[in-house]
Design a protein around this ligand. Structure first.
Ligand SMILES: *Cc1c(COP(=O)(O)O)cnc(C)c1O
Length: 228
């Protein structure tokens, strides 16, 4: 590979650290998830060699092939794409995190299918933060009830909320939906949950996400270059 993955990862980490400082977040408060959908495993191996341990995938079958191929690297695998009910077993068996839980039924299946010898599966609820009709994610008004129910499931660990906001024209407009997600998380914690993860921020809005409290940013293009 003649792409400088070390340099790209350093540049993304520098953006994260700069945003943490600028918005008074503790240093190291934000984790970098490398979004590797459609990217070849050679690029992922190079990024892993540069120190990257967490990878996010969108498509279950593509992810399973990569998990098998890269097993020796002991990477941490996060599912960030839509999850159909007929794929929950293999996801429960092979991933450490699922960011895209958008129905109680999916959570119940993951809970029932999580192998007993693995730690609880970390999950985030995906929220349709811009109320877009054709988008994945829970309606804002449904999140509290589903969160309380998911938090009771013993083989899952409800970590927080995830959103993919609609593209926005400027920094202030980027921040608005991300602030709504943070406020929703704060209200859930005020109601007794102990959520520690806000999964928000991609290559184009990671600074806005960190300003609004992201604890994990999901970065594809800025690490790997444009997807084919
Ligand atoms: C593809 C994808 C990303 C990464 O987006 P980039 O703009 O390439 O950084 C993040 N989150 C989700 C859910 C994605 O599908």
């Amino acid at each position: 590979m003649n792409i400088d993955f070390v340099g790209r990862r350093q540049a993304v980490l520098a953006r994260i650290r700069a945003a943490e400082q600028r918005f008074q977040r503790p240093s190291g408060a934000v984790r970098l998830l490398a979004v590797s959908k459609i990217q070849p495993t050679a690029a992922m191996i190079a990024l892993a060699a540069a120190g990257q341990c967490c990878f996010g995938e969108n498509y279950v079958q593509e992810a399973l092939d990569k998990i098998a191929e890269l097993a020796a690297l002991r990477l941490e695998w996060h599912l960030i794409g839509p999850l159909q009910a007929n794929k929950t077993r293999t996801v429960a068996e092979n991933f450490a995190w699922v960011h895209s839980v958008d129905r109680l039924k999916i959570a119940e299946r993951l809970n029932a299918q999580r192998p007993a010898d693995l730690p609880p599966l970390n999950v985030c609820l995906q929220v349709n933060i811009d109320r877009e009709p054709a988008k994945h994610g829970l309606d804002l008004g449904a999140v509290a009830t589903v969160a309380q129910a998911v938090a009771e499931l013993p083989h899952l660990r409800l970590r927080g909320l995830m959103a993919i906001p609609a593209p926005a024209a400027d920094f202030a407009a980027q921040r608005r939906p991300l602030a709504r997600l943070r406020e929703l998380q704060e209200s859930l914690n005020a109601a007794g949950l102990a959520l520690d993860t806000l999964s928000m921020g991609m290559s184009d809005d990671l600074e806005a996400a960190i300003a609004e409290g992201a604890t994990l940013v999901r970065i594809g293009t800025a690490l790997f270059g444009p997807r084919a």
